[in-house]
Design a protein around this ligand. Structure first.
Ligand code: 13P
Ligand code: ZN
Length: 268
C-alpha cells in the first residue's frame, strides 16, 4: 500500500510541475482492494452515492478530496484524499482513513471503475487532469467533429512522433462538453472509455485509465507532448503560411503499428 501512496504522490507532483493542476484542478482514484481485505471502516457511517455500482461493491479506493490541491497531495496523499470502502450494495461508502470528502468528479471515476471490474480488466487507476495543450486543441471544432473527420485528433497526434502511437496505441476519444461533476459527463465518459484509454473532455481536461496511476499519467503525458509539438510546429506556419506541419505519413504509421504489433483494444 505504501508504494501505491508513493506513486500517487509522485504523479500528483508531476501534474503540479507540468501546470496541469491549478488550484484544486484534477482528481484521481486507485482501486486498492488487494491491500485492504476485511479492514473495518472508521465509523461505519454510510454516505450515499446516489447510484449503485454493483461490480465494485465492498471494494476499497483511494480518492482525491474535493477542493484539495495536487501540489498538497504530492506531500501528503492521506490528508488530501482518503481511502473509502463501498457498501455491500455498492450504493454508499464509508471512510477507512481520516474522512476527506471525495472529489466532485466521483460519478465519472466510480462509473469507470465499476466498468473496469465488470469487464475483468486489471486496470486499477483513473485520472482526470487539465493538460494545457490538449485542452487548447479541444477549442478547435476541427478536432471535435468526429463524424466529419473520424479520429482526426488521434491521427494528428500519432503523426507527430512514432512514440505517440507506440505508447498511446488506442488514441484519444472526444467527450463533448458537459457540466463538470455531472452524471451526464460520467455517462459520456464511460461510453468513450470503452474504446480509449484517454478521453478529452471538451474545453475542460482529460480522463484516463491505466493499470496503475503512473500508467494513466504516462499516456496523458505522451499525448500531450504530441499536442505540444503540433502547436509548436504551427508557430512556424504563422510566419510561413504556405508551410503546414507535415506529420508522419499513413504508411509510416502503419509500419509502426505492424512492427511493434500494437494493440487496437485495451488488453485485459
Ligand atoms: P475536485 O476538487 O472536486 O476534485 O474538482 C477538480 C476538477 O478538476 C473538477 O473537474
Ligand atoms: Zn476538472
Amino acid at each position: 500500500m505504501k508504494s501505491v501512496l508513493d506513486s500517487i504522490a509522485e504523479v500528483a507532483g508531476y501534474i503540479w510541475q507540468k501546470g496541469w493542476g491549478e488550484r484544486n484542478g484534477g482528481n484521481l482514484t486507485v482501486n486498492v482492494t488487494e491491500y485492504f481485505v476485511d479492514k473495518p471502516t472508521m465509523t461505519g457511517e454510510r454516505h450515499p452515492l446516489g447510484a449503485s455500482f454493483p461490480y465494485i461493491a465492498n471494494q476499497y479506493f483511494y480518492v482525491k478530496g474535493t477542493q484539495k490541491r495536487m501540489r498538497d497531495m504530492a506531500r501528503d496523499p492521506l490528508s488530501n484524499g482518503s481511502i473509502i470502502k463501498l457498501s455491500p450494495e455498492g450504493d454508499s461508502f464509508s471512510y477507512v482513513t481520516q474522512p476527506v470528502a471525495p472529489t466532485s468528479e466521483l460519478p465519472s471515476h466510480l462509473m469507470v471503475q465499476n466498468y473496469l471490474q465488470q469487464t475483468g480488466s486489471r486496470y486499477k487507476a483513473t485520472l482526470h487532469t487539465h493538460p494545457i495543450e490538449l485542452v487548447a486543441l479541444s477549442h478547435h471544432r476541427a478536432f471535435l467533429e468526429d463524424a466529419q473527420r473520424p479520429n482526426h485528433l488521434t491521427k494528428t497526434l500519432w503523426s507527430m512522433i512514432p512514440e505517440t502511437l507506440a505508447f498511446a496505441p488506442l488514441g484519444i476519444g472526444i467527450v463533448p462538453y458537459q457540466v463538470p461533476g455531472s452524471v451526464e459527463l460520467a455517462k459520456a465518459t464511460l461510453e468513450k472509455i470503452k474504446d480509449y484509454d484517454v478521453v478529452l473532455w471538451e474545453k475542460h481536461g482529460v480522463f484516463a485509465v491505466g493499470q496503475d496511476i503512473m500508467d494513466a499519467f504516462d499516456q496523458v503525458d505522451v499525448l500531450n507532448k504530441a499536442a505540444r509539438i503540433y502547436l509548436d510546429a504551427l508557430t512556424y506556419t504563422a510566419a510561413h503560411p504556405d508551410s503546414e506541419p507535415e506529420g508522419m505519413t499513413d504508411k509510416a504509421m502503419l509500419d509502426v503499428q505492424r512492427i511493434f504489433k500494437l494493440p487496437t483494444q485495451r488488453p485485459c
